[in-house]
Design a protein around this ligand. Structure first.
Ligand code: ADP
Ligand code: MG
Length: 228
């Protein structure tokens, strides 16, 4: 983590890449999709073989916050040909839409299986300090603003109350044949995040969006960290 902070400082930037953010969260014991940077389509293809198909390719640039809006995310790539094509498509699209963006390369990551989409974040309140946000992902969070907030530090009981605080809590308990998600695992994830935030004052805000939640765990598919 400290090497990542040092590099960002040296490069005079406050935003970490998804790759860096996932590395930091992984070190904090939070399960993230295995994600690595590549700089050529050959490298991307080799790494994809190593990770195992299907994979996801994404633009890696601190200048691009919404990667999908830039045509910078390709999911469910099932073979070498698909990976090579996606690599070129991503760069072409980003080049067209954000010609001035400094592009580090293209990240290759494992494809998470479908699950309930969740969003977990942290912002700092001038009065209360770090506040963790938990909510349902996708359309639910954008349209219904179905999120709950809680101050750091949070213990398991606090995490449990926050999760139970969202309107869509029953969605997590299983809905229309969908399996219930592992709420205890999400509570532990939030406690780990709370401990991590309490010990890492260098971070100004962060989000994990989406986290896919399952009946036996959860995995972070996209991550962002902004430094103080
Ligand atoms: P953005 O910068 O636009 O938020 P994301 O990294 O969140 O880009 O990717 C957009 C969408 O693609 C996600 O909301 C998720 O549905 C899907 N996605 C991204 N990464 C993965 C992954 N590793 N496994 C499965 N789905 C993914
Ligand atoms: Mg995202």
């Amino acid at each position: 983590m400290n090497d990542i902070f040092a590099r960002a400082k040296k490069e005079n930037r406050l935003i970490l890449t998804e790759i860096e953010a996932k590395q930091i969260f992984t070190e904090a014991g939070i399960n993230c999709t295995y994600t690595r940077l590549t700089r050529s389509k050959e490298e991307a293809a080799t790494l994809s073989e190593e990770i195992g198909y299907p994979v996801v390719l994404k633009i890696s640039s601190v200048d691009i916050t919404h990667k999908s809006d830039a045509g910078g995310v390709k999911v469910n790539l099932k073979d070498k040909a698909a990976v090579e094509l996606a690599f070129d498509d991503i760069l072409a699209s980003v080049n067209e839409k954000f010609p001035d963006a400094v592009v580090e390369g293209v990240s290759v990551q494992g494809m998470a299986k479908p699950g309930v989409e969740i969003i977990i974040g942290m912002t700092k309140d001038p009065q209360f300090g770090p506040v963790i946000m938990f909510g349902l992902g996708g359309v639910m969070v954008e349209l219904l603003k179905d999120v709950a907030f809680s101050m750091v530090p949070l213990d398991k009981n606090g995490a449990s109350n926050m999760i139970r605080g969202i309107k869509g809590y029953n969605l997590l308990q299983g809905y229309r044949g969908q399996e219930p998600v592992d709420i205890g695992y999400l509570e532990d994830l939030i406690v780990k995040l709370s401990d991590f935030i309490a010990n890492t004052p260098e971070i100004k805000e962060l989000d994990m969006n989406p986290v896919f939640a399952y009946n036996d765990g959860a995995i972070v598919a996209d991550a962002r960290i902004v430094l103080e």
